[in-house]
Design a protein around this ligand. Sequence first.
Ligand SMILES: Nc1ncnc2c1ncn2[C@@H]1O[C@H](COP(=O)(O)OP(=O)(O)O)[C@@H](O)[C@H]1O
Ligand SMILES: [Mg+2]
Length: 260
Amino acid sequence: MQTTATRLAAAPVTLRGVGRAFDAHTVLDGIDLDVAAGEVVALLGASGCGKSTLLRLVAGLDRPTSGEVLIDGARVEGIDPRAAVVFQEPRLLPWRTLSENVAFGLPDGGSRAERRAEVERALDLVGLAAFAGYRPRAVSGGMAQRTALARALVRRPGVLLLDEPFAALDALTRLRMQDLVDDLQRAAGATVLLVTHDVDEALQLADRVVVLAPPQPGAGSGIGHALDVPGARPRDRADPVLAALRVQLLDRLGVPRHQP
Ligand SMILES: Nc1ncnc2c1ncn2[C@@H]1O[C@H](COP(=O)(O)OP(=O)(O)O)[C@@H](O)[C@H]1O
Ligand SMILES: [Mg+2]
């Protein structure tokens, strides 16, 4: 696998007073968040609290009903070329090869040879160079998700948006994928917004963890809690400091600690 990734032009992300309502149902309300260029922020929250909605707003796949989203100081007005998204499912075209699927992530332009080189580079980054000609059905779930990651990376995004990207994978594959994203992020320096409901994943990968508080009656979710995760990455999964933070975050999510 290639180890020296070309550094991406990491971009800061700003949310100012962002709200999103679907008819009378307010999902998000008054979200203020600044993500620095190259920072990894994990967005944690219970199912249905609006995590995916928030990520879609940053990607430009949806528009806020109030407030604004900025990438690198410029307002997000539609699907944004500066951002790339990886979803929980790989969303690959089954009749296309892995490299053809990755090529879908490429912006327009460039010669055929350049485009091919970009796709090869992205597949190499996720360790799939040898599988370029395979079809999605012929590879494992983890490999399919790595292909989705390559399709996002081939855009050389300033902002990488990950919506529970490992949630559908088995536990061991999930840990390996976490390490891969950690390695790639440290090599390339992209700004990352990682949506997850997994406290350990958030503490492993993020510089900062932001908890979306559950929606209140008549109002949407807002930011309930935020903490900086100490220690340089890659982090030791057995670090007792992380264990203490885990308890604190679970408490915020309404999961009490059981002490003997
Ligand atoms: N397009 C939509 N139309 C109506 N309601 C929606 C739409 N998208 C999301 N919602 C609602 O917004 C809430 C939050 O959804 P979502 O952002 O997917 O939560 P999470 O990702 O945290 O599980 C849910 O109640 C969901 O039903
Ligand atoms: Mg979601």
